[in-house]
Ligand binder design. Structure first.
Ligand code: UD1
Length: 418
């Protein structure tokens, strides 16, 4: 397995271009299954999860092409297999996003149940219940969701938890259903708005996205479109923490500062100087960071996808801090690895208590999930000596060219072959 070797101690400086959002491009690629036209996507990040989704769509019979600038064109008119096998879904849970589009456009879908993962049990019961409310006939057999529907019908769906991919699956299913669908307690993440923006270009009738009530009026058919994916707010925030933790000075370009207000506020509280100019964010840190308390919650609150990175930051900041994880039940796997690097952290249920230390020491550590890998890389950038992060395939799922980008900013990081 490939590893990353990081020799810590360099302050990051320079300019970094932010890539398209993983959590936008995955539902948008799935949405291409809703029409027979050509969907052309720009600002597509070169990520393992994108490659997996492209393979999945190709396996189903879609025709895809990608140019050297990662402009992806998809034509789903030739799709003739309505199937997402376990082998693909187990490497990428977001494969569940093909369920709604397949069912709505082709009337059938067989999609593997994702199962648990390193950060919790992560069921998809709400996706299934929502589709059943729209008239789908769904059974679970041999680990597969087998769904059929001659024509989905609009329904009133009240989600007990504001699930992100669940909301996306239901929006996509509702675009071609007969009548109106109202999703209450919908997720409000910017990626939901991005998906809705793309679907509207295809001809869908959606309003309320970005609020907790989304209304979709079904249409007979959708057509192709050309769309640029939203910048990745989690990559943006991770680079901001990289600048802060190394006491550096960075300019982030091609990003959307309005999608990370809560992160910017936390970093300012920690002592960072931050200025914003349209799609650019400048950050400069030249004094000791102060630890900040955090509670993760759905958007617009603090994202669970930034919890691990802020624990790394708090580990070397002055003072004690409390980080409460409210979204997933088991998302502290990075903590024991940070402790091996000298961090002083106790876990009590869903709360991490962090006492800032003067510095971290390099160590061999193991990445357990995507954002945990980012946290360990951040710790490695500031640790004394060498850190080797194992199981780095997790990072390639969600951060485009991470070591190239960090190297350009002055980090000492290289990939070790298997
Ligand atoms: C999405 C993001 C992921 C992020 C997460 C929370 C994508 C591809 N992934 O994941 O990066 O960490 O949102 O912001 O966009 N739940 C149920 N039943 C369901 C669905 C969810 O109980 O049917 C629970 C989950 O276990 C979890 C909570 O709801 O505790 C939120 O999960 P959800 O919003 O669904 O996360 P994902 O959409 O999988």
């Amino acid at each position: 397995m490939e590893k990353l070797l990081i020799t810590g101690g360099q302050s990051l400086r320079g300019e970094v271009r932010i890539s398209g959002a993983k959590n936008s491009v995955l539902p948008i690629l799935a949405a291409s299954l809703l029409n027979d036209g050509e969907v052309i996507l720009g600002n597509v990040p070169h990520l393992q999860d994108v490659t997996t989704t492209i393979s999945l769509l190709t396996e189903m019979g879609a025709i895809l092409s990608i140019d050297e600038k990662m402009k992806v064109s998809i034509n789903a008119s030739s799709v003739n297999k309505f199937y997402a096998p376990y082998e693909m879904v187990k490497t990428m849970r977001a494969s569940i996003l093909v369920l709604g589009p397949l069912l709505s456009h082709f009337g059938e879908a067989k999609v593997s149940l994702p199962g648990g993962c390193a950060i919790g049990s992560r069921p998809v019961n709400l996706h299934i219940e929502g589709l059943k409310a729209m008239g789908a006939n769904i059974k679970v057999d041999n680990g597969y969701i087998i769904a059929k529907a001659k024509k989905l019908k609009g329904a009133k769906i009240s989600l007990p938890i504001a699930t992100v991919t669940g909301t996306e699956n239901l929006i996509m299913a509702a675009t071609l259903a007969s009548g109106q669908t109202i999703i209450k307690n919908a997720a409000k993440e910017p990626e939901i708005i991005d998906l809705a923006n793309c679907l509207r270009l295809m001809g869908a009738k959606i309003r309320g996205d970005g609020t907790s009530e989304i209304i979709i009026d079904g249409v007979k058919s959708l057509s192709g479109c050309s769309y640029d994916v939203l910048p990745d707010r989690i990559e943006t925030a991770t680079f901001l923490v990289a600048a802060a933790i190394t006491k550096g000075e960075l300019t982030l370009t091609h990003t959307r500062p309005d999608t990370i207000k809560v992160i910017i506020d936390k970093l300012k509280n920690a002592g960072a100087n931050i200025s914003i100019n349209e799609d650019k964010i400048q950050i400069k840190v030249n004094s000791q960071l102060k630890a900040v308390n955090i509670t993760t919650n759905p958007y617009p609150d603090f994202p669970t996808d930034m919890q691990a990175q802020f624990i790394a930051l708090n580990s070397i900041a002055s003072g004690k801090s409390k980080v409460i994880e409210s979204v997933f039940e088991n998302r502290f796997m990075h903590v024991q690895e940070l402790v091996r690097m000298g961090a002083d952290i106790d876990i009590n249920g869903n709360t991490a208590l962090i006492r800032g230390v003067k510095g971290l020491r390099g160590a061999p550590v193991m990445a357990t999930d995507l954002r945990a890998s980012a946290s360990l890389i951040l710790a490695g950038l500031v640790a004394k000596g060498e850190t080797v992060v194992d199981r780095i395939y997790h990072i390639d799922r969600g951060y485009e060219c991470i070591e190239e980008k960090l190297t350009k900013l002055g980090a000492n990081i290289k990939r070790l072959p298997q």
